[in-house]
Design a protein around this ligand. Structure first.
Ligand SMILES: Nc1ncnc2c1ncn2[C@@H]1O[C@H](COP(=O)(O)OP(=O)(O)OP(=O)(O)O)[C@@H](O)[C@H]1O
Length: 261
């Protein structure tokens, strides 16, 4: 693997009597599309929330690695600080402002990412306009720029959310079930777009996903959690054929052999 952008080492997290994470370690490289999968309750959300600072692990570390550095320990930093260091996130339920247009939503995201302040001498509608249009173009949303977000189709809202996440110029993007609620065609289009963005921008994407067709059709690598433990980390082919994955994750059913959870 090329030098990673992020490394998690020996993460553990317990909620009362539940061991949600138990010594989980993996890394992700620039330009890589890495799927984090596992059955319900495996620890995926806990892992995400630790990486972006919403949760503090009981032990273990998250390191963000810059070019030529051994890595900055970001464990337990506030989510806002982690975001500013280059870790973005999209959520299962999209977070856009319905009454604002798609363009205004992305402008807001750009302004917020830069910590810019509205000036009385300059109308807000002009701020970051071209950059916002560029991001809408990159996410296939240029034609929808002037439409209120509330009037957009579901798949387009998810694209808009992606454009907004890119406004922070992340080096790593965490995507929580990016294709949840989509039809098979929409799922394919969405993940193909994400795939393209990883290639063009050198962006690393860590995503959780229940649709096995998305994971095994598009990911570069797959990390599998089961009851808080990492049971596999490898290529799509290696993970699909891994007996431990078949047994623990899908009870012996060939992984990727069905489309839905
Ligand atoms: N706040 C909490 N308090 C107590 N237990 C929790 C809490 N959050 C998660 N858990 C438990 O920790 C374990 C891991 O949960 P987590 O949500 O990380 O799994 P997941 O893989 O994201 O599951 P899903 O696919 O269902 O979203 C589960 O057993 C869950 O019930």
């Amino acid at each position: 693997m090329t030098a990673p952008v992020l490394k998690v080492s020996a993460l553990t997290k317990r909620y009362g009597g539940v061991q949600a994470l138990d010594g989980v370690s993996f890394a992700i490289a620039p330009g890589e599309l890495l799927a984090l999968i596992g059955p319900n309750g495996a620890g995926k959300s806990t892992c995400f929330n630790i990486v972006n600072g919403q949760l503090r692990p009981d032990s273990g570390h998250v390191r963000l690695i810059g070019s030529g550095t051994a890595g900055r320990d970001i464990t337990g930093l506030a989510p806002r600080r982690i975001a500013r260091l280059g870790v973005g996130r999209t959520f299962q339920v999209a977070t856009v402002f319905g009454s604002m247009t798609a363009l205004e939503n992305v402008q807001m995201a750009l302004i917020a990412a830069r910590g810019q302040v509205f000036g009385l001498w300059r109308p807000a509608r002009d701020l970051a306009r071209q950059e916002a249009l560029d991001l809408l173009e990159q996410t296939g949303m240029a034609a929808q720029a002037g439409r209120p977000a509330a009037s957009l189709a579901y798949g387009d809202v998810k694209r808009l959310e992606l454009a907004m996440a890119l406004a922070g110029e992340p080096r790593l993007l965490l995507m929580d079930e990016p294709t949840a609620g989509m039809s098979a065609g929409e799922r394919h289009d969405m993940i193909a777009l994400v795939r393209q963005l990883t290639r063009v921008r050198g962006l690393a994407v860590l995503f959780t996903e229940h649709s096995m067709d998305v994971v095994f059709g598009h990911a570069d690598r797959v990390v599998v959690l089961a009851r808080g433990r990492l049971i596999a980390d490898g290529s799509v082919e290696a993970v699909r054929d891994d007996p431990a994955v078949r047994e623990v994750y899908l009870g012996g059913i060939p992984v990727g052999g069905r489309n839905e959870r």
